[in-house]
Design a protein around this ligand. Sequence first.
Ligand SMILES: Nc1ncnc2c1ncn2[C@@H]1O[C@H](COP(=O)(O)OP(=O)(O)O)[C@@H](O)[C@H]1O
Ligand SMILES: [Mg+2]
Length: 193
Amino acid sequence: MIISFMNQKGGVGKTSVTLGVALTLERAGERVGIIDMDSQKTSTRFLYYLRANNQTNIEITTKAKGFDYVLIDTAPNLNKKQVKAADISDRVVMVTKTAPPNLLSTQETIEYLTKYCRPDLPLYLLFNHVDQRKGHSQNLMEKAAKVGGTPLPHHLSYMSDYEYLFLQGYAALGNAARLELSQVVYDIVSTPK
Ligand SMILES: Nc1ncnc2c1ncn2[C@@H]1O[C@H](COP(=O)(O)OP(=O)(O)O)[C@@H](O)[C@H]1O
Ligand SMILES: [Mg+2]
C-alpha cells in the first residue's frame, strides 16, 4: 500500500506523521519504505540517523516495490509533483493543524487535488497538533465538513513525544502517543472512502 502525506502548508506535521506511522507499522512487523519528496530532506536525514543508531530498519527509497507499505513525505508545495504522488498512492492523508490559517490552506490543497487527481482517490483528513485547551481544536468534525476530505475518526494530539521522534524513534513515544498513532494507522488502512 502506498500512502502520501500532504499539505501545501509547512509545519503541519507531514514529516512527523510520516515517521510516526512508519515506525508504528514497522513495530507491527511490516516492511516500510519512505519516499522523501521534500528538498529539505528532513525525513531522509533523520532516518539515516535512526538507522545508524539501530533504532529502525525503515528504508529511504525511490521505488515502491519490495515493501509492505511505502509512505510518501511530500514537500510544502502544490503543483504537478503533488498530483503525481497522489495519483500513484492508494490513499492520501491530508495532515492539518486546527487553526484558521491552516484550515484555509488545507481546504485549498484538497480542492486542488480533487480537481487534478484521479476521481476515485481516497483523500483523508487528519488533524494533528490537537490541543483541547484551544478553542480552534474544538468541533473538529464541523471543521472537517467545511475543509473537505474524509475525516479520520481519530486525531493526533499536541505532545512533545512527537518532537523527539526524529532523534529517538519509537522509544520517544509514551503509551498515549503509541495508542493514538496505532488508532490513526488503523483508520488510514481501513476507513472507507
Ligand atoms: N502532534 C505534534 N505535537 C507536537 N509537536 C509536533 C506535532 N507534530 C509535529 N510537531 C512538531 O512540529 C514541527 C513541524 O513538524 P514537521 O513534521 O516537520 O511538519 P512538516 O513536515 O509539515 O513541515 C516539528 O518541530 C515537529 O516536531
Ligand atoms: Mg516535512
